[in-house]
Design a protein around this ligand. Structure first.
Ligand code: NI
Length: 173
């Protein structure tokens, strides 16, 4: 397993639409292992492949708070049902470091996907898990949670992140 670099906003690659996976093979499992390790190290509770620079429809999530890890792997996820009721969480994103904002999303969803072994699965999710799945699935469409904020707020965040990035790129030799 290896920790990969996480792309951050504003990076145009994060806006790409990810492609379906044809087959869940060892290469994809290796990608999922790397994504999980990268997510745990960050630390975060969800990560999409596009965030480490691969436009593939692969997501990892782990909401467990205890020592025992409970990773979930989603390949080619498709939401088939969304509830009409919304819930609100204060969201952050490993690709939008240090920024948080409240986002409304359907509070339940049902999703079809392939698991770590390529088996077809269906999951009904509620609350935090439903929000996390929808946040990660947005990444597959090139959408970030800041896209749901007012233009003013979004521009402020993007500007701030651009400045931070420039400061990081500075070198003294
Ligand atoms: Ni995110």
């Amino acid at each position: 397993m290896a920790i990969r670099k996480i792309l951050t906003e504003p990076d145009p690659f994060l806006r790409q639409i990810s492609h379906d996976i044809e087959k869940v093979d060892d290469e994809i499992r290796k990608l999922m292992d790397d994504m999980l390790e990268t997510m745990y190290a960050a630390p975060g509770i969800g990560l999409a492949a596009i965030q480490i620079g691969l436009a593939k429809r692969v997501i990892v999530i782990d909401l467990s708070k205890e020592e025992e890890k409970k990773p979930l792997y989603f390949v080619n996820p498709k939401v088939i049902i969304k509830s009409k009721n919304n819930c609100t969480y204060e969201e952050g994103c490993l690709s939008v470091p240090g920024q948080f904002a409240e986002v409304d999303r359907p509070d339940e969803c049902e999703v079809n996907y392939l698991d770590y072994y390529g088996q077809k699965k269906k999951l009904k999710a509620k609350g935090l898990l439903a929000t996390c799945i929808q946040h990660e699935m947005d990444h597959l469409e090139g959408i970030l949670f800041i896209d749901y904020l007012s233009k003013l707020k979004k521009n402020y965040i993007v500007k701030k992140l651009s400045k931070q990035k420039k400061a990081l790129e500075r070198i003294v030799v």
